[in-house]
Structures are given as structure tokens and as C-alpha cells.
Design a protein around this ligand. Sequence first.
Ligand code: HGY
Ligand code: MN
Ligand code: MN
Ligand code: MN
Length: 393
Amino acid sequence: MLTELLAQFNVADKSGQNRLVYNAAWQANQQRLIQLGQEFGAKVTVDDYGSVYLDFPGSQPGLAVATGSHMDTVQHGGQYDGLYGVLGGLCAIEQLRQTYDRPRKTLRLIAFSEEEGSRFPAAFTGSKFYLGQPQTQPLLDDAGISFETARQQAVTPLQALPQVHTKRPALPATFTELHIEQGPRLKLAHKAIGLVTGIVAQRRYVVTVHGQANHAGTTPMIHRQDAVQRASALMTHLYDVAQQGSASLTFTIGAITVHPNVDNVIAGECRFTVDCRDETDAKLTQFTQQLDACVAADPQVTLTPTLTVSATRLSHALLRQNELLAQELGLPYEQLFSGAGHDSQIMYTAVPTTMLFVPSDNGVSHCPEEHTSAADLAKGVALLAASLYQQAY
Ligand code: HGY
Ligand code: MN
Ligand code: MN
Ligand code: MN
């Protein structure tokens, strides 16, 4: 079932998945999930941010055990990041429903609307909204469309579908996220399962370097305020600082935009993104203090924070429970720390939360080459089903 669902919910496009929050592909998938949930007899809720909740009621209403992940992708992303947690979670619940009678606790599958921050300069907006933390800053995408406009246009038709509830469900007793590792560790260690102990601290920024647009041919080199020249020197310097930082620091400049971005005009402005992460907030602060100092030293440079998420220790009790289940199922596992951010980083601030990883082939992710075998995907679903069974039946 999972293989077929992944084929239905992904596009067969060599350039990858582009399910950016509130775009047509995103809306089509949330609608597909709503219909699937109703076919399976779930109570379906779509909240005002477009997260979809499928509730399979237990005999003791009011108590729920939740699993799920995010429906959006990065640009040119892979077929499994987020979607595997949504569809694998649904398959795990379906396995339990086919095998056992009604659970005590409600089984809840969640497809969070947005996690990546790949369209608007804010991430984890779906899980944050579920915890009652709506976006308060005005957010525009590259085309100048506001988050609010895109949200209303995409979510209103979903909430208008027949038998769809719109009131956000109460928080669950626990949250378990099934996800691909997005790195090489499990494959290299020949392990089927990663039991996630914690998730990195993450801070993202936009750095804006101001210059003066001018003629590429008539402006002498000594009279220029070339924003690209200034930005490239700063980028090189920041990479050097990062190299000398803590061994667990990651520093990435993923996007660069130049204005007016014309070959015969000296750049008047150059913006670039910074994504930096480390195992603890204190270690990350050691780097971001140096970033702040570089920016403060140059009046032509401004720094706009777009995301701050603290390092997260996930539930040890739930990890321990899953460890015993993995042993019972004969699934080789190891405990590991996540260098990727996840909705679990938000959920853990409100409910006991744990994550299960499955291996990523060649350790690659956030690209069309992202792949995990059907056999590896199935092992994650089997352990998730055992974990949900233990908690809900
Ligand atoms: O960027 C991340 O770590 C996650 O995939 N959103
Ligand atoms: Mn993800
Ligand atoms: Mn991702
Ligand atoms: Mn400055």
C-alpha cells in the first residue's frame, strides 16, 4: 500500500518534488489525503493553516496518540522527506485497524501544512499553529504573495469539502514522527532503525549587503560599491569562521539573490541566506556571535533572523519503549542525534515526542536523488505500528 500511495502523492518528475506550502501540488495532496481518510472512515479535520488530521476514534474518546509529519517539500526535493511520515503513519494505523478491533485511545494521523520554510521565510508553521502559535510577522514569497493570501486561497476550499471539521483537535498524549534519516549513518552502520535522541539547534538568517548599482563599463574599479564583491568576501570569511568552529557546527549559504541581477550593471544589493546548526544552543551561539560581529562591523550589511529553534532532547521513555520493540521485532537499530530539523522539535515542547528514522540510500536528501528502499520503509512502518499498538490498545 505504501509504495502505491507514495507514487500517487509524488510527481514523476526528474527535477524533483516542488510541493511548496499552499501551491497547487500541496493543495492536491492535502485533498487526496482528506479523501483517503474519509474512505478509511476517519474523522477529518483541516485547521486554518491547512494541516490535515485523520482521527480513528478509540473507545475512550478524548485521549489520542498521534503520528505524522509535514506535507510540504523543499524546492526540487525528494519523494520521502515528510511524506513518508504521513503515508507511513497512515499505513501503520491501517495495519492496526485491519488486525485488531477498536483501540482504547484515538489514533491520529497528522499531515502538517508546512515545515521546510521553502516558500515563505518561516518554518514549522504547521506544527507551531497546532500548538497555538500562529505567524505574527508579515511573510512574502519570492513573487511577493503574502502567506495570509496564499493560506486563505488554498485552505478555504479544503475546509469547505463535505464532512470536514475545521476546529484544531486537542493535543495528543504523545507524538511519534516516522522520517528518513537524510544522512549516511544508518546505511553505513547497517542498521534498519534510528531511535532519535535529540535534534539540533537551528538558526536561519537573510544577510543583505548594500552597494550602489552603476554602469559596468564606465565606473572605474576604485569608485565602485559593488554589493556582490562585498558579499562574496563576507561569505568566504563566514565559511572560514565556520571551519574553525565546533566540529558539530553546520553552516550553509543556500540561496543568493542579486539586484538588479543584470550582467552589465554593478550590483546594488546582494542577499544571501545563512542556515547554521549545532548540537547545543550554547555551541551555536559561539558561531552566531561571530556572525553578528561581522555584520555590526560593516554599516552596509544588515542581518534579518528568519528562524530560531532550540536544540531538542526527545522523550527518553518513548525511545526506550521503541528500543524494546525494535529488539522484539529483530530490527537492528542505533540511537542517533538528528542534524535535520523536524516538526518533532516543535511538538516536543508540548507533548512527549519521539522519532523513528529509516536509512537514506547514499545518505542524500533534499534532492531528487533522495531514496529509501520499500523494504527499509516497511520496517519503519512495522515498528511504528508496534509502538502505536502499545500506546493505544
Ligand atoms: O532543514 C531541515 O533540516 C528540515 O528538512 N526542514
Ligand atoms: Mn522533513
Ligand atoms: Mn526537509
Ligand atoms: Mn551592519
